[in-house]
Design a protein around this ligand. Structure first.
Ligand code: 8YV
Length: 331
């Protein structure tokens, strides 16, 4: 590379420490207002920049990639999931794509556990009682939830986050079951005391709690389809901190409304940031706990994600292979 610093366009406001470091290293164009870029603004960035740093809220589709200028060489996603990017089109055009795996594993697993507890133990419902002046005092049969100890947890997607959830859930006394594209190593299964289910359908039919922890890819779109959700028993709860698209949200809502499921804890939605009014109604009725896509939202995690982006950009610009390349086999 000549001495000229690469032009890096960052689409959203990042932690100050990350932005400062990026400005030191690159010719960085920040978004201090944090207002999401329009498709036209993204296209302009694709035409002019060397590197784009998008987030989950930016749709980097094939149309946008087709407009990439000659300088555009790297899309360094600030995020783990890359379903916001048409990676195949990018790679075909010679644009490298990287993400930020590993650094949001624990935070996401923590929040998944929190959602399991929130739904089973009615935490969101209970937390509203005192601030709204609705507490008349203790009663032995009031606000009863369900014990999680001894229950069966089925994890759909046993990657980093699935395994981190399993370790937490095991400590809470849940028995661990999982379905994954590939069976994990025996040592991992033994450590987590995890039972592998080749058939997702059969696993769903036997679980008390199901957690979605797989990425959204063409193969996992509506993996929990209307047909599959029907395998769940009426006392089961479903938790999703991965991507809304993995569950057929309409089918989930129908089953919750019909009491064919006991509850759900959702941090992600099929049409974010829009959330189905029916889900909102179910939340008001205490049947579901809804969070605004905040499972990985810790300051430590965001700084680590930024650090990963910086390492990916810097390594790439120095002519080396960036550590977190997204490869076709991962899609
Ligand atoms: C991030 C996420 O907040 O990294 C991911 O895949 O879903 C989130 O937790 C988001 O992607 C940031 O772009």
């Amino acid at each position: 590379m000549p001495n000229k610093k690469p032009l890096v366009v960052v689409t959203r406001k990042l932690p100050d420490v990350v932005e400062t470091r990026m400005r030191e290293l690159f010719d960085t164009r920040l978004n201090v207002s944090d207002k999401p870029l329009t498709q036209a603004e993204l296209a302009e960035a694709m035409r002019t920049a060397d590197v784009l740093v998008p987030t989950v809220t930016d749709r980097i589709d094939s149309g946008l990639i087709a407009q990439a200028g000659a300088n555009m060489k790297l899309i360094a996603n600030f995020g783990n999931g890359v379903d916001n990017i048409d990676v195949t089109s990018a790679l075909r055009r010679g644009i490298t794509v990287t993400n930020t795996p590993g650094v949001l594993t624990d935070d996401t697993a923590d929040m998944t556990m929190a959602l399991i507890l929130a739904v089973a133990r009615r935490i969101a419902e209970g937390a509203r009682i005192i601030p709204y002046g609705e507490w008349a005092g203790w009663s032995p049969t009031w606000m009863l939830g369900h014990r999680i100890t001894g229950k069966r947890l089925g994890i759909v997607g046993m990657g980093r986050i699935g395994q981190a959830l399993a370790a937490r859930a095991k400590a809470f006394g849940l028995s661990i079951h999982y379905h994954n594209r590939r069976r994990v190593a025996q040592a991992v299964e033994e450590r987590l005391e995890a039972t592998y289910w080749d058939s997702l359908d059969q696993m769903l039919a036997r679980m008390d709690i199901v957690s979605v922890n797989c990425p959204h890819t063409p193969a996992t779109y509506h993996l929990l389809s209307a047909r599959r959700l029907k395998y769940l028993r009426p006392h089961a709860i479903v938790v999703n901190t991965a991507r809304g698209e993995v569950i057929d949200e309409n089918a989930l809502v129908r089953m919750l409304e019909a009491d064919e499921l006991a509850g759900a804890g959702l941090d992600v939605f099929e049409h974010e940031p829009a959330v189905s009014p029916k889900l909102v109604k179910l939340a008001k009725a205490g049947k579901v706990t809804l969070l605004p896509h905040m499972s990985s939202a810790t300051i430590e995690g965001r700084i680590d994600m930024g650090e990963k982006v910086i390492i990916n950009v810097k390594t790439f610009m120095d002519g080396h292979r960036p550590p977190d390349r997204v490869l076709p086999s991962m899609l």
